[in-house]
Design a protein around this ligand. Structure first.
Ligand code: HEC
Length: 388
């Protein structure tokens, strides 16, 4: 008989999947109201806040859910590394697809920030080509290609068709196809994990209500530093740009691009280049076997074992917590001065057309020389009241 075990640390992947469903639902609603054109995009977002408050709330939920999704995925990865899932010989594709899913996630974050086309979006749209320009050999051509190819409707298609399809294919290999074979299948999985995700959904809804994106123009404008210290989904991208605050040229690229790339490649390849002897078959490994034994012992030995099991659980939990702190700590330390919600204080239509909407000459680095100056761009993002 198979005894089902519930562990809180098995749930981060499930929560991520539930949040992805939330993103799909809110995203479809938003797509109904969004106009993917340079001159209309921001106006279409603003009109939600004046005319369609419930949809505006959904937009802010979509934003906050993106943050929670990224955090859940990070915790899921930390837990998988600690559980040494990469040692499993039969689950190589599972591991690889999991690591590869990181790429569409970043794609979603970047294209998602760009879609509203205010100055935050403009900043990101210009920084992505700057960023890839530093790759040797192909960098400059790739960067030029991104600049030339950028249109609002393309960014929209990437965000709502290309990336979702790619994610679905990877998720299917990574999780769905396995879950479908289990007792109860997808239904039971979503019921169980949905229940666990419920408190997070409530927090997301509340955050969206309490801390909406300042969008009104110019009636209620934020202060320049608003959003400082508040974690947002953008932080997961800003972390790659933060090195420009501390280093110049090559070293900024080294820490912002090559180090993360190396980590990604090593992580993705782990099960492939580890010595064969280290890898284990899933039969040997199956934590559920251990759990099942522990569960029978539990019945036999009563309270004593219960104490030990609790101890093991607490120990496991504390380990995950410590590693998560080590991961999110520097993340917070570097990004907290980022006033993500404050751009609209200066960059709103009340401050003149030049400051209100991104200029029509936005791709032209001769007319807008600041754009190719990464140090200016990053310092202006983190300290807009000082550097402008
Ligand atoms: C204190 C007011 C203020 C705040 C807050 C502010 N900016 Fe700026 N920003 C400026 C000024 C002034 C300029 C220079 C405009 C010019 O050159 O005509 C500028 C320039 C820029 C540029 C250069 C592009 C160009 O066309 O010259 C970008 C991109 C930008 N800001 C994005 C942002 C973002 C993103 C935020 C929020 C994180 C932000 N700004 C917050 C005042 C501000």
């Amino acid at each position: 008989m198979k005894i089902k075990q519930y562990h809180w640390h098995h749930f981060f992947g499930g929560i991520a999947l539930c949040l992805l469903v939330i993103q799909l639902v809110t995203g479809v609603v938003l797509a109904l109201f969004y106009a993917p054109h340079l001159n209309e995009a921001y106006a279409s977002v603003q009109s939600l806040y004046t005319e369609l408050k419930p949809v505006a709330w959904m937009r802010d939920s979509h934003r906050w859910a993106a943050l929670f999704l990224a955090v859940a995925v990070a915790l899921h990865l930390i837990r998988s590394v600690l559980r040494k899932d990469f040692l499993s010989r039969d689950r190589k594709t599972l591991w690889l697809t999991g690591v590869l899913l990181f790429l569409p996630m970043m794609g979603f974050l970047i294209s998602g920030v760009i879609l509203p086309w205010e100055w935050r979006a403009y900043w990101f749209m210009e920084m992505v080509p700057n960023y890839v320009a530093e790759i040797p050999l192909i960098g400059p051509a790739f960067s030029q290609f991104l600049l030339d190819a950028f249109t609002m409707s393309r960014a929209f298609v990437v965000h709502v068709i290309l990336l979702p399809v790619l994610t679905l294919v990877l998720i299917d290999i990574h999780a769905l196809s396995r879950i479908k074979k289990r007792d109860g299948g997808l239904h039971l999985y979503f019921v169980e994990h949905g229940l666990f995700a419920l408190p997070f959904l409530l927090v997301i809804g509340l955050l969206a209500f309490l801390l909406p994106m300042p969008t009104e123009d110019p009636a209620i404008v934020p202060m320049p530093l608003e959003g400082e210290g508040i974690p947002t989904a953008e932080w997961f991208i800003l972390i790659f740009y933060a090195p420009y605050l501390y280093f110049k040229g090559f070293w900024a690229t080294f820490f912002g691009f090559y180090v993360p790339l190396a980590i990604l490649l090593v992580l993705a390849g782990l099960p492939y280049f580890l010595p064969k002897g280290l890898l284990r078959r899933s039969g040997q490994e199956a934590p559920s076997l251990k759990d099942r034994l522990a569960a029978t012992e539990l019945l036999a030995h009563g309270r004593k074992i219960l104490g030990q099991r609790m101890l093991a659980k607490v120990f496991g939990g504390v380990t995950v917590l410590l590693v998560a702190l080590a991961f999110f700590g520097p993340f917070y330390a570097v990004n907290y001065p980022s006033p993500t919600l404050g751009c609209n204080s200066c960059h709103n239509i009340g401050a003149g057309v030049r400051m209100g909407v991104p200029p029509a000459t936005f791709k032209d680095r001769e007319k807008n020389p600041n754009l190719k100056d990464n140090t200016f761009m990053v310092e202006h993002w983190f300290y807009p009241q000082v550097v402008w």
